[in-house]
Design a protein around this ligand. Structure first.
Ligand code: FEO
Length: 383
């Protein structure tokens, strides 16, 4: 389905409401692969689509024009969710692909065969009454990435930047209910590890006179608040909350986590309690990113903490932030989880400010955890 944005601009995208995974992000509300059509003397597509969605994409395009009239396909980003169907699109349209030199190299390595026109930073190209201006933003999200602005329409096609994984019936963010949790998870995985490059791209965005942001995933933005959100997530994403994660078999670590949470809440801070065996790792990483401090707990099993923690640590490393941390554990005949968690978090340069290790985690002992939680929250508030 296509949608008209302005006289010369259409959304030609694909919604995938059933999609439940994107780059490892759990996508409870599906995903979208946006592409845009600029109708001018030389009709131009901004980004392509995923191979899997080519049929629906062509249906949308045909609602607006005969694909054989397309003159250019601008590829801001070579990743297959935007380039996967390029061979078919080029063969159908005969269009020239406009992209960076690095993008051309990547597309050719992927087996894309086409006529290319490569462009550099701030280069402009006329497609009739409209001008395409190319703005390089390498490593947002791959090394070849760029954004394309059209000054006459005051629009920026920003690629993955300012995106969210959500299938949306509404086209604009201001027409939708709150989806910030999905933007947070997308940012944490795709953007935060590259936040220095993202900051540069935000700076370049702010230099433009804009009324509309059109990313390649999720809604378009007329109020531009997403720029402030991205900036905050790059610089100071922490909220007034503590992430308490645990791995439990017989329930002791879980009870400990709940007691800690009661203590944290008693100090007026939010506490998010998550079972690492039941929580999507990307959401867990995003919650770690937006928390002031972390509390990690595990039973001792096989002489160590729960093995799933190795995955947690791999994700924490992506957004390593040197926060304050507290470790807790339970054991039967040999204590190892707390020691292992402390060692691993120290390697990741977290500051361990407390520990509670209980044998079999008897409920009367677990009451100490409320005070531990309270003290941890006080330390966080003190900075
Ligand atoms: Fe939407 Fe980095 O691909």
């Amino acid at each position: 389905m296509s949608e008209q944005i302005s006289k010369r601009l259409h959304w030609i995208g694909v919604n995938n409401p059933e999609g439940r995974d994107f780059h490892g992000i759990s996508t409870p509300r599906g995903g979208s692969y946006n592409s845009y059509l600029l109708s001018d003397e030389y009709p131009t597509l901004i980004d392509g689509t995923h191979q899997r969605f080519l049929d629906g994409y062509l249906e949308s395009l045909k609602e607006v024009m005969n694909p054989q009239g397309i003159k250019y396909i601008v590829i801001n980003h070579a990743e297959p969710d935007h380039s996967g169907a390029l061979n078919e699109l080029v063969s159908l349209t005969g269009a020239t692909i406009v992209c960076t030199e690095k993008c051309r190299e990547l597309l050719e390595a992927m087996g894309i065969s086409a006529e290319f026109r490569t462009v550099g930073n701030n280069e402009e190209m006329s497609i009739g009454s409209l001008t395409l201006r190319f703005i390089m933003d390498p490593m947002v999200h791959w090394p070849e990435t760029m954004m394309t602005s059209v000054p006459e329409e005051k629009v920026l096609f920003s690629g993955d930047l300012y995106g969210t994984e959500i299938a949306h019936e509404a086209l604009f963010a201001d027409e939708m209910e709150d989806f910030s949790e999905l933007s947070r998870d997308y940012f944490a995985l795709v953007m935060r590890p590259l936040h220095m490059s993202v900051k540069q791209a935000i700076k370049r965005t702010r230099e433009l006179e804009l009324e509309l942001l059109c990313p390649s995933h999720g809604p378009c933005h007329r109020d531009l608040r997403i720029i402030d959100y991205y900036e905050r997530m790059c610089t100071s994403p922490e909220e007034d909350k503590v992430l308490i994660m645990y791995a439990s078999i017989w329930g002791s670590s879980k009870r400990m986590a709940e007691q800690l949470a009661a203590g944290v809440r008693a100090e007026g801070m939010e506490a998010c309690v998550r079972d690492i065996c039941k929580t999507n790792m990307v959401s867990l990483m995003a919650e770690a990113l937006t928390s002031k401090g972390l509390m990690l707990g595990s039973l001792t099993m096989l002489g160590m903490y729960h093995p799933l923690y190795e995955t947690v640590f791999a994700f924490l490393k992506l957004n390593n932030q040197h926060k304050k941390a507290f470790v807790f554990g339970t054991y039967g005949w040999s204590s190892a989880a707390c020691r292992g968690l402390t060692q691993k978090l120290s390697e990741l340069r977290y500051e361990i400010v407390g520990e509670r290790d209980l044998r079999f985690g008897r409920p009367e002992e677990e009451k100490q955890l409320v005070e531990d939680g309270r003290q941890f929250a006080i330390k966080l508030k003190e900075g």
